[in-house]
Structures are given as C-alpha cells and as structure tokens.
Design a protein around this ligand. Structure first.
Ligand code: FAD
Ligand code: UDP
Length: 386
C-alpha cells in the first residue's frame, strides 16, 4: 500500500476509534500497525479450543457506560446482551456478595439490619477516622465501611492485587467501588451495560472493516526493519501512538511502573465450576485474587457444553520488562515522570499520544472510546491537515 494519510500505532479501542473516525469524517487512508497477531488490544477475546466458550485473553472485560455518545457509537458496531455484572467474594470459607451492600453487612454480622441501622453501625465502626479526609486506601476503606468489613474484604485482597501496603496506595483506587445500603449487588452503577452479542472480536474487527483501513499485524513500531517504524516516520507522517509512553522516548526519563496479571487456565469436567462469572478471594492464604468462569458471561448461548467448562485463576504482580503493562501504579515517582514525558510528547512533531498506555492512565473501555472521540473532534483535523 502507498504511504497512508495517517498511521495509528496500536489496534486497541483507542486506535480503532481514531481509525474509524479518520475514514468516516475525513476520507483518510489509514494504516494501523500492531505488534500482536490480532486486533483489539486488551479487549480481544477468542473461543477456547476445547469448549468453544468465549475467553477474554487479557482478563475479563465488562462493558458499561453512562456516556450517551459512547453508547450510541459502540452500538453501530455490535449489539449488546442484557448481561449485568455481579461479583461474589469468598472469605474464610463463606461466600458474600460484592460490592459491600446490605446483604454483605447482614450476612457478616449475622443480623437483619434495616438500611438506617446498618448505616449507624458502620458509622460507629468508622468512628476512629471521623472528621478526617483520608488520603490513602487503608484510611479511606476504614472510613467507608469500618474496620471489621475492611479487614475481611478489602485489606488482603488489595494487598494481593497491588503487593503494596494499602497505607501507601491512593484512596482513589477504592473510591470506584460502591458501598450500598440496599440489597442491590450490581457491580456497576452505569446507565448502560452489556456484552457484545457475538463476542468482542467481531465488534473490534467490524470497526476496522473498511477498504481505507489497512491493518498490519505482528508489526512493531520500534522494529527498524519494517518501513513504518518510528525513526522512519517521525515528523514525516501524521501518527496517533497508543503504545507505552516511556517506550516511545526510549525510557530516557526512566521506566513507568505497571502492574500485570497472570491468568492460569484450567478445564474441568463439570458443566458449572462456580455458579457465577467472577468469584473474588478475600483472604491472604489464597494466592490468586479471583477465579473467572467465562461461560457465565453468556448465559444466553446454548452451544456451550453442559459437561465441561473453562476457568481462569488470576494472579497479580508488578510488571517487569517484557511483561504486558496493564494497570498504572502511579507512585509519586511515576507521576513526576509522566509529567516530564508529557512535555516531550507535546513537542513531538505530528504525533498524538492516546489511550491507556500512551497517556499512562487507567481507562475503562468506554473512557478510551470517549477520549478517542474527543481527540477525533479536536485534534485530528489539524493533524491530518498539517
Ligand atoms: P490497548 O487495548 O492496550 O491497546 C494498545 C495496543 O497497542 C495493543 O494492541 C498493543 O499490542 C499495541 N502496541 C503497543 N506497543 C506497540 C508497538 N510498539 N508497536 C505496535 N503496536 C503496539 N475496561 C472496561 O471497560 N471493563 C473491564 O471490565 C475492563 N477490564 C480490564 C481488565 C484488564 C486485565 C485490563 C488490563 C484492562 C481492562 N479494561 C476494562 C480496560 C480496557 O482494556 C481498556 O480500556 C482498553 O484496552 C483501552 O484501549 P487502548 O487502545 O487504550 O489500549
Ligand atoms: N477491592 C477489594 N476487594 C474486592 C474487590 C475490590 O478490596 O473484593 C478493591 C481493590 O483495592 C481493587 C479496587 O477495590 O483494586 C477496585 O476494584 P475493581 O474490581 O475495580 O478492580 P479491577 O477490576 O480494576 O481489578
């Protein structure tokens, strides 16, 4: 193919949204490169070879949003099922509903509290931190739900997930987990929720399905043996880069910290291993954080076998070089480095940085799509004109 009007590095939801908009709004000819052998970034899924069950290769992905524009946009490429995510957690051999709600409180305290009684109980148990504005996850957790519930459901789970003392983690991590004084145990509060009816990959591939979009897989932007590499195109072509920010600048200001996960896949000769899609393990003795059983994401699919299932045990750890970077750790040192890298990025000729890796931000799918739509509105026209 001849030189494109726009090169996109990374075929995750950010890159795919930019590609689709560049073609639809500007008639641009776009090339997307990705170093992986498939499109879709971390949202990619595939059918498990033994059972045909759709498995999320890089960890469970649940779509939810309250952003009307994003919801309308994604529905152009896929229908969504009515799946509503619910999570349970095992603590000392007993299963409780998550996030913490009136059911969790009453089961934990062997009580039958009304909402107001439960509120009063938690307020009393959180009293040790009354009047303070908690900055770290430990204090925030105790102030939200009191020490007994915090120690049972949050402290060790968070320790396993982050391998960092909750006193050294920002309060914001836990703020996204609701606490409810009703029996509502839906995990997400958003207006819209569901899973792509015929799978993530069909959705993601549809976004790139246009004669003006050329997708080149197994192609690394930093591999100088392929023609569309950074050193060859820098300043010469408009680029939207969604790979890791520190890698783009050859780590010259230091590496950014990431957490990664390892998924251990197992098959079992039962039709149902755990009765639900996600079971968290709250105790320190269980080395994994959760078990995912993907068949439960699609109860409407009747081609899944009734005598065999697949599960993924999820372990969490710091990423080392060569690991997939998943969740930004955002330590003080990371934040300083990101600001310095951002300055370099602003000075970079004809390259825009976007997405989770390119901006070093935890973005849910709807946030990655929303920020790509904003970039397409505000910055893409100038980039393509330059
Ligand atoms: P990515 O999907 O990471 O895509 C970036 C792409 O760039 C990748 O395909 C990568 O191969 C490519 N790339 C990187 N470097 C290069 C290079 N040098 N050359 C060429 N290509 C390169 N969101 C939700 O809404 N709900 C969830 O339940 C949810 N669960 C998640 C669970 C996990 C374990 C993780 C990690 C994320 C989860 N997310 C979830 C977030 C979701 O994955 C992101 O919102 C989405 O991936 C963002 O898309 P992106 O395009 O920014 O990045
Ligand atoms: N969390 C917890 N116990 C749970 C579930 C979540 O302590 O059973 C805390 C934990 O600190 C986690 C945060 O809440 O990092 C956010 O949870 P979420 O499910 O959003 O984590 P993710 O899906 O990002 O792994």
């Amino acid at each position: 193919m001849s030189t494109p009007d726009l090169l996109i590095v990374g075929s995750g939801l950010f890159g795919l949204t930019i590609a689709e908009r560049a073609v639809a709004e500007h008639g641009a000819r776009v090339t997307i490169i990705d170093r992986r052998p498939h499109v879709g970034g971390n949202a990619y899924s595939e059918a498990d070879e033994q059972t045909g069950i759709e498995v999320h290769k890089y960890g469970a992905h649940l779509f939810h949003t309250s952003n009307a524009r994003v919801w309308e946009y994604v529905n152009r490429f896929t229908e969504f099922t009515g799946y509503q995510h619910k999570v349970y957690t095992t603590h000392q051999g007993e299963v409780f509903p998550m996030p913490i709600n009136l059911g969790t409180v009453n089961q934990f305290f062997r009580s039958a509290h009304t909402p107001d009684e439960a509120r009063a109980l938690i307020a009393e148990q959180a009293g040790e931190l009354a009047g303070q504005d908690p900055e770290n996850l430990n204090d925030k957790g105790i102030s939200l739900i009191g020490r007994p519930l915090y120690e049972a459901f949050i402290k060790n789970y968070t320790g396993k997930q982050w391998q960092t003392d909750p006193k050294d983690l920002p309060a914001s991590i836990i703020s996204r987990l609701p606490v409810r004084y009703t029996y509502n145990n839906r995990y997400f509060n958003d207006t819209h929720e569901g899973l792509p009816k015929d799978g993530y990959t069909a959705w993601l591939e549809r976004m790139a399905d246009h004669p003006n979009i050329d997708v080149q897989l197994d192609t690394d932007y930093f591999d100088t043996s392929q023609p569309l590499n950074r050193d060859a195109v820098r300043g010469a072509l408009p680029v939207v880069y969604t790979g890791p920010m520190d890698r783009y600048f050859d780590f010259q200001l230091g590496e950014l910290g990431w957490r990664t996960i390892d998924l251990e896949t197992e098959h079992h000769d039962v039709g149902d291993f755990q009765g639900t899609s996600v079971m968290n393990y709250a105790d320190a003795e269980t080395p994994y954080t959760r078990i995912i059983e993907p068949r439960h994401f699609h109860p409407e699919r009747n081609h899944y076998p009734s005598d065999r299932t697949v599960i993924q045990r999820e372990y969490s750890r710091f990423a080392e070089s060569g690991d997939e970077p998943y969740y930004p750790i955002n330590s003080g040192r990371d934040r300083e480095r990101v600001l310095a890298y951002r300055k370099l990025a602003e000075a970079e000729p004809r390259t825009l940085f976007g997405g989770r890796l390119g901006t070093y931000q935890y973005l849910d799918m709807h946030m990655a799509i929303g920020s790509a739509l904003t970039m397409a509105d505000n910055k893409l026209p100038d980039l393509l004109r330059a």
